[in-house]
Design a protein around this ligand. Structure first.
Ligand code: HEC
Length: 152
């Protein structure tokens, strides 16, 4: 019992101490001139879906939930956001070259179609991101139309 209490004691100390390790949650300012939804003038329903299901990880408009302030959960969340932005950042859309944009649109359509995006763990905490079948079809069609038109 004594050993157990000892371990618990040190565990709690460590948890308390790691809260002081800073996590950078400041968003870069959004430049509307390069923001996907503005540049492509996305229809209102598409904009809504993107903002509620993708923008937290794939833009500079991340809204951090309360639990994102508790280490080590905060580290995992920040990691997902960094990685998400690395693969695709809608806030910096216009700065990407045409090949990259094509690739991102194709992968976006694919990942929404095969349910790999939005991430499952995210949906569990954000029920509004649990897109209905109709919402998925709408978003996929939008990406595919855009690819076909070549206007990106
Ligand atoms: C909780 C954060 C999160 C959300 C929300 C999210 N993504 Fe992702 N996304 C990631 C991460 C992390 C990766 C990189 C790792 C991976 O591919 O699983 C990624 C990767 C991607 C990729 C690249 C995949 C590839 O094959 O290169 C695309 C495209 C993508 N996401 C599109 C979307 C779209 C579209 C939405 C909204 C419908 C969305 N994501 C929502 C975190 C997220």
């Amino acid at each position: 019992m004594k050993t157990f209490l000892n371990i618990l004691y040190w565990f709690l100390i460590v948890i308390a101490l790691i809260q002081f390790i800073p996590v950078d949650r400041t968003n870069k300012p959004v430049d509307e001139k390069v923001n996907f939804v503005t540049v492509q003038n996305t229809p209102k329903n598409v904009t809504e879906i993107l903002k509620k299901a993708c923008y937290d990880c794939h833009s500079n408009e991340t809204v951090y939930p309360n639990y994102a302030y508790v280490a080590p959960i905060s580290w995992s969340i920040k990691n997902h956001i960094n990685e998400g932005r690395e693969h695709l950042n809608f806030s910096e859309w216009k700065n990407f070259n045409p090949d990259l944009k094509k690739n991102m649109l194709e992968n976006s359509a694919k990942s929404v179609k095969d349910y790999s995006m939005p991430m499952t763990g995210y949906i569990a905490q954000h029920p509004e991101a649990n897109l209905t079948k109709a919402e998925r079809v709408l978003l996929v069609n939008y990406f595919e139309e855009l690819l076909k038109s070549g206007k990106y």
